[in-house]
Design a protein around this ligand. Structure first.
Ligand SMILES: Cc1cc2nc3c(=O)[nH]c(=O)nc-3n(C[C@H](O)[C@H](O)[C@H](O)COP(=O)(O)OP(=O)(O)OC[C@H]3O[C@@H](n4cnc5c(N)ncnc54)[C@H](O)[C@@H]3O)c2cc1C
Length: 224
């Protein structure tokens, strides 16, 4: 059964990414990395379910979603742009393939960062960031979600890759096998966490396979 939750705040994170904080339904259980089917509690939109990942932590008494909006889809994320504090979302079933298994390399494309926001937030809280690394692929610097936060949290273990912009201090192009290899280091027991658009995922999986990474060290979810 879907729960209606009121939006308590909306913040702009980048030019097209919004953070929504809502009430939390009693008894809702999830783990960092999981998503939930969400719709907008407005006439005509209640049945338009779209998956979004919790970027709040399970123990928080609120829910947070970090959502990249696509005005040209004329779909749910475009509609979300017109919502205001006090409007409501419908929260359905919780699901998701990503959970933290151990230290490794997080590889995200665009909004594919959201499961890793929750996981890294939890590791930060437990003081267990360790040598985890984040390779984050975006089109331009302006598309990077929470760049300042990840810089502080991960320092040189935060690697940005920009496909459409050349900038000092940022890799240019796509995530390559070479780039991944540079960051594997001596620890062969790395986990690889992948999340992003289908095409990016396929390319990165090919590269991991060329690096002879065993499937049981790959944790992934495609964002379509
Ligand atoms: C498990 C999971 C978790 C996710 N978590 C998050 C998250 O936390 N944050 C986040 O930002 N995203 C997340 N996503 C992605 C998110 O669900 C989609 O971006 C969202 O569903 C898009 O909804 P929409 O209605 O705006 O557009 P869509 O449902 O993609 O499209 C609406 C309509 O637009 C048209 N359309 C589709 N693509 C195009 C295109 N390229 N050009 C023109 N028209 C098009 C189609 O006709 C479609 O019917 C997640 C996805 C998954 C699978």
């Amino acid at each position: 059964m879907a729960h209606s939750v009121k939006i308590t705040s909306i913040k702009r994170i980048t030019h097209d990414v919004l953070s929504f904080v809502t009430e939390k339904p009693a008894g809702l259980v999830y783990h960092p990395g999981q998503a939930v089917d969400v719709s907008i509690n407005k006439p005509g939109w209640e049945k338009e379910l779209r998956p979004f990942t919790f970027t709040s932590l399970p123990e928080d008494d609120f829910l947070e979603f970090t959502i990249k909006t696509y005005p040209f889809h004329h779909g749910v994320t475009n509609q979300l742009r017109s919502l205001v504090k006090g409007d409501a979302l419908l929260i359905g079933d919780v699901f998701g393939a990503i959970s933290y298994k151990g230290e490794g390399i997080f590889i995200a494309g665009g909004s594919g960062i959201t499961p890793f926001i929750a996981i890294l937030k939890q590791l930060e809280k437990k003081n267990k960031i360790g040598n985890n690394k984040l390779i984050f692929a975006n089109k331009t610097k302006g598309d990077i979600i929470l760049e300042d936060k990840f810089k502080i949290l991960l320092g040189s273990n935060f690697i940005n890759v920009l496909s459409d912009e050349v900038r000092l201090g940022y890799e240019n192009g796509y995530v390559t096998a070479d780039l991944i290899k540079q960051h594997i280091g001596k620890n062969t027991q790395n986990y690889f966490y992948l999340c992003g658009p289908d095409l990016m995922m396929q390319a990165v999986e090919k590269q991991l396979s060329s690096l002879k990474i065993a499937d049981n060290f790959i944790v992934k979810e495609a964002f379509g």
